[in-house]
Structures are given as C-alpha cells and as structure tokens.
Write a protein that binds this ligand. Structure first.
Ligand code: SF4
Ligand code: SF4
Length: 441
C-alpha cells in the first residue's frame, strides 16, 4: 500500500503537501484525523466529512493499519454537527474516538491537536512521531481510501467564499485555473478583487485568474482589493520593517496571545521585533525566538494593537537562522501556560477583528463541470518535483501518470486530471486540453 500511495500521488492535502507514504511507513501509538478546519471563510473539510464519511474513516482505518496504531482519534469542531452525525456510525464501527473541539483559531495546528487528544507535547522543533502520534488532514484520508481502490489523486476538493455569486464547495481537476474555479462558484461579484488562497491568515494572496489549483489548495476567498487585510498583506517588507522598528512599544501582546507560546514553546515575537533595530550581530541573539513559530498569523492580524508585523519578522528571522544553520535549543521542556485556555481566540471574534463578517456564508457541496484545459504543476508537494513521462501531442486518460519521481527520491507521481491531449510541457508544468478546447483553438 505504501508504494501505491507514492505511485498514486497521495500527499498531505491540508498543509505543505508532505508525501503520505512516508507517514504510512512509520509506527505510532495514536493516529489522529485532523478535521478541525479553523481558517475563517474556509469550509471544505466540513462539507467533505459530511458527504464522504465512509471514505474518510476508511482512509483512517488504512493508515491505522499501516502504522499499527492502537488508538484512533478523529478531531473536528463541535459546531460541525452535520459532519459529526455523518461520521459517528463509521467511527463507532471502527472503534475510533471522536474529539469535539471548540471553535477557536488555530484549532487545526497539529501540535494543538496532539496535545488535546493525548496530553502530550511534541518536543520543541520535533514531530508528532516523537510522541507516538501521526496526524493527517481528512482530505488526505479520503485520498488514501481512494488509493486503496486503485485511484490516483486527480481532483481537489475546495470551497469558494466571499464575493462570488454562489459560495460553494466542489471537486475540480488539479490544474484548473482560478478563473474556471470562480466561474463554477457563480463568478466574481467584484471587479477589483483579491484572492486569498487556502486561508485568510495563513494563505497566500493572488490577483491572477490564471493561477491553478494544486494538491494543497484548500479554497479561494474573494475580497475587494481595498479590504484592510489585502492592504496589510501587500505592504512591502521594507515598510513593514521600518514601521516595526519605530512603532513597536514592546507591549508583548503578540507573545502573550501566541498559541505556540501558550503551549509552552519558546516563541517570543516581541523579542524578535527588537531585532529590527539591530544589526546582524544583535539580531542573532533575538532571532532564535522565532524558530518555533508556526506562522499562524495571530500576532500580526489579531494581537498587535499597532498593526505591526511580528509574524513577518519571525518568518524573516527563521530564514536568517536557516541560512546560518542555527537551530534554537529550548532549554526546558515545554509547559502549558496557565492562561492558555482563557486566551484562546474564538473564530467569531477573529472574523470581527478582521472585518470579515459580511463575507461569511455556508459553502454547500455542489457538482462542478470539468474545465476544458488544465495546467498541472510538476511541484505540488514537499520533495523532488515530478519529471514528465509524456510527450507533446500524446493522448492521456484521466488518472494516467504524466510525471514521475524516482523510487529513492522524496515525492509522488503526478496524473492527468482530465482526458485529453498533452498540449504543452515546460519546466514547471504539463498542459492538457480536451477535444472541445482544441477544436476551439
Ligand atoms: S504586539 Fe505589536 S507593539 Fe506589542 S510588542 Fe508585539 S509587535 Fe510590538
Ligand atoms: S505567527 Fe505569531 S502568533 Fe503565530 S506562532 Fe508565529 S509568533 Fe506565534
């Protein structure tokens, strides 16, 4: 089955795209399903769990078998009662526990989930495996189930919310352009738009309708380009640093509300902010306080009363640490802060603070027609990009392998997501068009 997960292209669908066959090869005590979708305005996991409970739990059972886990815990938010009702009979039959979480951010952080489910804290900078756990997003588990039936990963489940005609969740073939995705959600309701890809806090910003869906795209959120979030996310790094240097009053709210700090990890963004005023020598002393930051964005977008950029300062500091080959050594083991529970950030409060309330809506599952053309990126996962194994002009069927990663390399194979002809092969992508598109062109 491990080999199949590589050959059938399964990677983590909820994060950076780590190849799932690696996780499946480990041995753990507790296996955790992560259905705790916590970014405001992203609703695809709730829809997936409600409409495909047998597949998701089936994938979890497979992963538990492969990792020889003795205990399974399925984590999702209590507010998702539709998903809970749909999952419960399958979980009961499989002997998997249900962990109902509150509606706070970032409930989906795997460090948080491992702690809530087991009381264990992953060693600083370590992996869940070090405390006998493995965690997978629910869509990854769906893909594991499909792989067990011999199906490759060809489609992505996502939600589209914000300023579109019909906020909804649906499957689209990998490589579908954002323009085609938005059309399937009723089209843009705002000409001067910005797209937040996969989340408002941790997601990326795009203005390009030709960008394409990959194995890790969680959703598109359409906001007006003039929205304060877009303004903040487009502030040039130089300005962020300049304002931060002069305006940070060291109130330390960013640290006091940091979810990693509250779990007992030595993340202290207010100290990292001090490094903006230092040269490289001084910064070296303060940058290590960024090393265990998970980039959740709460410090920048929620905690800081001055609207500064502690998250971005931490990301810069981490890049400097990596370049210098330095890893922060936390001397004491993590100990949960006594105020942790009281300082949780409810998603409703976060939506209010980010001025997102008017864009919130349900995103019910709908059917969406496949596009006529796709552009499959060769790098959609952690590890080596896949290398094309098809030729221009070649006919391909949906699910047929079009690019491979060698057996000894970290990575997974890539498959045609629509039936058609290979119309372009570049360094970064393979393009496939169906007959309708070719006769038009
Ligand atoms: S919350 Fe803002 S002002 Fe306060 S220490 Fe952090 S960055 Fe500085
Ligand atoms: S982004 Fe900010 S709040 Fe989030 S983990 Fe990093 S330092 Fe903490």
């Amino acid at each position: 089955m491990n080999v199949a997960l590589k050959a059938l292209g399964v990677v983590g669908a909820g994060g950076a795209g780590f190849p799932t066959y690696v996780k499946a090869a480990s041995q753990v005590e507790v296996y955790l399903a992560n259905g705790a979708e916590c970014e405001p305005l992203v609703h695809k996991d709730a829809e997936l769990m409600e409409h495909y409970p047998a597949e998701v739990v089936g994938g979890m059972v497979r992963m538990m078998e492969m990792t020889r886990a003795q205990r399974g815990v399925f984590a999702l938010k209590k507010k998702n009662q539709g998903a809970i009702s749909a999952l419960r009979p399958h979980l009961d039959a499989a002997g998997i526990e249900l962990l109902e979480m509150g509606d706070f951010y970032p409930a989906g952080d795997e460090v948080e989930i491992v702690h809530l489910a087991t009381g264990r804290l992953i060693p600083p900078g370590g992996l869940p495996l070090q405390v006998g756990c493995a965690v997978n997003n629910v869509e990854t588990l769906y893909n594991v189930h499909r792989a067990a039936q011999g199906h490759a990963v060809t489609d992505k489940f996502l939600s589209v919310t914000g300023l579109v005609g019909k906020p909804s969740s649906f499957w689209v073939p990998l490589g579908t352009t954002f323009g085609d995705v938005l059309e399937r959600a009723g089209g843009l309701r705002e000409k001067d738009f910005a797209l937040l890809v996969s989340g408002v806090l941790m997601g990326k910003l795009s203005f390009d309708l030709n960008d394409v869906v990959t194995k890790t795209t969680g959703g598109l959120i359409v906001l007006p380009r003039s929205h304060s979030l877009v303004t903040r996310k487009t502030t040039p790094q130089e300005s962020q640093r300049r304002i931060g240097k002069s305006a940070c009053d060291q109130c330390s709210y960013c640290t006091e509300l940091c979810p990693r700090y509250l779990l007992g990890y030595d993340v202290q963004p207010h100290k990292v902010m001090r490094s903006l005023g230092f040269n490289k020598t001084g910064a070296e002393l303060l940058n290590p306080y960024a090393d265990l930051c998970c980039a959740c964005g709460l410090c920048t977008l929620y905690a800081c009363p001055e609207d500064l950029y502690p998250r971005e300062a931490c990301l810069d500091a981490k890049a400097d640490l990596r370049a210098a080959g330095i890893k922060h050594q936390q001397a004491a083991p993590p100990r949960v802060h006594p105020m942790k529970d009281g300082r949780r950030v409810p998603v409703s409060q976060l939506r209010r603070r980010l001025k997102l309330e008017e864009y919130e809506s349900a995103a019910p599952l709908v059917e969406a027609p496949a596009p006529n053309r796709v552009r499959l990126l060769l790098s959609q996962h952690v590890g080596t990009p896949a290398r094309p194994v098809v030729l221009a002009g070649q006919r391909v069927h949906k699910g047929e392998v079009v690019a491979r990663v060698a057996e000894q390399e970290l990575g997974v194979d890539l498959h045609a997501s629509i039936e058609g002809t290979v119309v372009g092969i570049g360094d970064e992508a393979i393009e496939i068009a169906n007959e309708r598109e070719q006769s038009r062109g």
